[in-house]
Design a protein around this ligand. Structure first.
Ligand code: PEP
Ligand code: MG
Length: 325
């Protein structure tokens, strides 16, 4: 079956009625990145920098980081790469930077930690900008943003990093586009203000679901409650897509939902046209999209939004798949 999907991987992900959907990769490890990107993605939609940090025994130096980021950009051979600044804390521990908290998912994680440690944050931003050089490929993404102030502070650090490199290293260095992860619910209601501050957003549906439903994404006791297809989550995603469109803010989805056939159908119906997923999903999602009609999907979505729970939503989309086979 995988073979059947793979045959079309180099053809664009375009629906029967001509809607082009851009498919990107989620990555964190360098190994095999080159061949993954070569196989039919439009670029890297989420490069999780915490992964190379986890492979070290201490914080990697600026030059060590430059090397890694350059390799990632080279592997993408000209295609865009969205590089996320360090997202440790919560479920992502760093052995050499232990954080002990009673409530880690609501604690010191992502951008909060970076802003409290400007010496680490600036090194990472400088390394990214340095690696990006004079090209337009690099996009920087901030994780776990929960307030506009955090965006403003992070932008000031990026500005500092950019001017330092422009003065000291290369006068033609490019200031990369900046975006934030949409994964803290409050920001869904501030998209007008977000749009005035950043170039793009990426919906982290994994954390967004966890915070909207108040369900730990890794706790097996409540795993049946952790459901990205909960109609309330779907309404939030639809609304986010609408607001981003309204405020002309480019938006992608990079949570697991964007790599699942049912999720993709619903997201595309909402109007999302940039999806970032693990390499294992890419061929299948491409194959699927080439066989659906975008205009057929809105009715399906409207129906899904009125259902009671995630199981009913999944069942509805499965029935849609079956009637088409
Ligand atoms: C997310 O939260 O949906 C996401 C993509 O980020 P991570 O899974 O790395 O927290
Ligand atoms: Mg997340």
């Amino acid at each position: 079956l995988q073979h059947k999907y793979a045959l079309e991987l180099n053809l664009p992900a375009e629906t029967i009625d001509g809607k082009r959907i851009h498919l990107y990769l989620n990555a964190g490890l360098l190994s095999s990145l080159a061949s993954e990107i070569a196989e039919g993605s439009d670029g890297v939609g989420l490069y999780r920098t915490e992964i190379p940090f986890m492979l070290h025994q201490r914080f990697p130096s600026e030059s060590e980081q430059i090397k890694v980021y350059k390799e990632v950009l080279d592997a993408a051979s000209g295609r865009p790469v969205v590089m996320r600044t360090l997202d440790v804390g919560g479920d992502k521990p760093l052995s050499y930077f232990p954080i002990n908290e009673e409530n880690p998912f609501l604690g010191w994680r992502g951008i909060r930690l970076s802003l409290d440690h400007p010496e680490l944050f600036l090194v990472q931003l400088r390394a990214m900008v340095h690696a990006g050089g004079e090209g337009e490929q690099l996009h920087i993404l901030l994780p776990m943003v929960s307030s506009l102030d955090e965006i403003d502070q992070a932008k000031a650090y990026l500005e500092q990093a950019y001017f330092e490199l422009k003065n000291d290293v290369n006068p033609n260095i490019v200031r990369p586009k900046l975006g934030i992860m949409l994964e803290v619910p409050a920001l869904l209601y501030q998209l007008a203000e977000v749009a005035r501050r950043v170039d793009f957003v990426s919906v982290g549906s994994n954390d967004l679901t966890q915070y909207l439903l108040a369900v730990d994404r890794n706790n097996p006791r409540v795993s049946t409650l952790y459901d990205c297809y909960h109609p309330g989550i779907l309404r939030a995603l639809k609304r986010a897509r609408f607001d981003c469109w309204q405020y002309k803010l480019p938006v992608s989805v990079c949570g697991e939902l964007a790599g699942e056939p049912i999720g993709v159908i619903l997201l595309v119906a909402m109007g999302y046209d940039q999806l970032s997923m693990n390499q294992g999903s890419l061929a299948k999602i491409n194959y699927l999209l080439r066989r659906v009609s975008h205009s057929d999907l809105s009715e399906l979505l409207e129906m899904a939004l009125t259902l009671t729970n995630g199981n009913e939503v999944r069942e509805l989309v499965r029935c849609y798949f079956e009637t088409r086979e």
